[in-house]
Design a protein around this ligand. Structure first.
Ligand code: PMV
Length: 323
């Protein structure tokens, strides 16, 4: 095959990945756990182009150069090296998630790119191998390969991949307060946390412990414990980030207002918990039966969408790809 199309969805971490132990191999300092969503898919086509002398990239209908093209091209080099093929490719990608706003567009983007590029260059990869490959594009992309709740193991190149985890059903209420591109990339902010945040060592040890507690809570189907661990891990990540220098702060006044509203809902008896990635937008988790009530309560504060557990990355057939 010299052309393939794949679709992947973003994931939101309940136990966050924040900080690398190896930048080149994109190996995380700790394991993390997320849910892949059923909304905001990215669809990416990769086509080998023997007449071209370099890769090209189209993002949302516009030709892209600079850093996005370099990142995609470096990623394709990994695939080409394994396939033993040097042909450049044309990459066409459509995102439905606001790009770079802390809603994991890089996760769906690199998961879709990994699957499409592997197929276009003729590699046949297992889910673990595909997750390892996606990890090299963007760490959190390792988890978007997997449907529903997934744990991404820390470790070395061979065993740092994501795997499915049995968990009770819950919904995610995505509250978008700002769809603008973030000012400091997660890559740069992670570096600053690792190098300058005095809280970083505590972040690593507490996250490793919280991941074990979270796996146990998922196994036990204990939504309350899942929620408590989710909110506390997010607040610890943002505290670690905010203690770096030069300063980075992703949560703004509108984000804090949502955390407060979520806490107030809990006090009123609606069990919901908040989390936020490297951006101002907030995601509340709730039991499926409570999701509509949480969405209604947050709607005056943000644009709200309700997500459930979604599929892992998959290749699209010709008819679906054309649609
Ligand atoms: O995969 P990256 O480099 O975009 O990092 C994402 C990190 C967070 O979204 C903040 C946390 C996570 O685990 O997804």
């Amino acid at each position: 095959m010299s052309r393939a199309v794949a679709r992947a969805h973003p994931n939101i971490a309940l136990i966050k990945y924040w900080g690398k132990q190896d930048e080149r191999l994109s190996l995380p300092a700790t394991g993390s756990l997320s849910m892949t969503l059923d909304i905001f898919p990215t669809t990416t086509a990769v086509e080998l182009d023997p007449r071209a002398d370099a890769d090209t990239l189209q993002l949302g209908g516009a030709i892209a150069g600079g850093v996005p093209l370099e990142r995609v091209s470096r990623f394709l080099d990994l695939v080409r090296e394994r396939a033993g093929i040097r042909t450049p490719a044309r990459v066409i990608s459509h995102n439905t998630v606001p790009t770079g706003a802390g809603l994991a567009s890089s996760a769906s983007g690199f998961a879709a790119l990994a699957a499409a590029a592997a197929a276009a260059y003729g590699l046949s990869l297992s889910s673990a191998e595909l997750s390892r490959l996606a990890r090299r594009g963007s760490g959190s992309a390792a988890r978007s390969v997997i449907p529903g709740v997934a744990v991404w193991h820390a470790g070395d190149d061979a065993n740092s991949f994501a795997q499915s985890v049995p968990a009770p059903a819950f919904s995610m209420v995505v509250a978008t307060v700002d769809a603008q591109q973030k000012v400091v990339s997660s890559r740069e902010a992670m570096r600053r946390s690792v190098q300058t945040s005095p809280f970083y060592p505590a972040w690593v040890t507490s996250t490793a412990a919280s991941l074990q507690d979270m796996l146990a809570a998922c196994r036990a189907g204990d939504f309350t414990r899942i929620g408590e661990l989710t909110e506390s891990n997010a607040l610890r990540m943002h505290a670690t980030i905010q203690a770096s220098w030069p300063p980075v702060r992703y949560l703004g006044a509108a984000s804090i207002a949502i955390f407060d509203r979520v806490a107030a809902l809990r006090a009123e008896g609606v069990e919901t918990y908040a989390t936020a990635d490297a951006g101002p937008n907030v995601v509340a988790i709730a039991r499926p039966a409570d999701a509509a009530a949480v969405a209604d309560a947050l709607r005056p504060l943000a644009a709200v969408q309700v997500a459930q557990a979604g599929p892992g990355v998959r290749l699209l057939g010709d008819d679906e790809a054309a649609a």
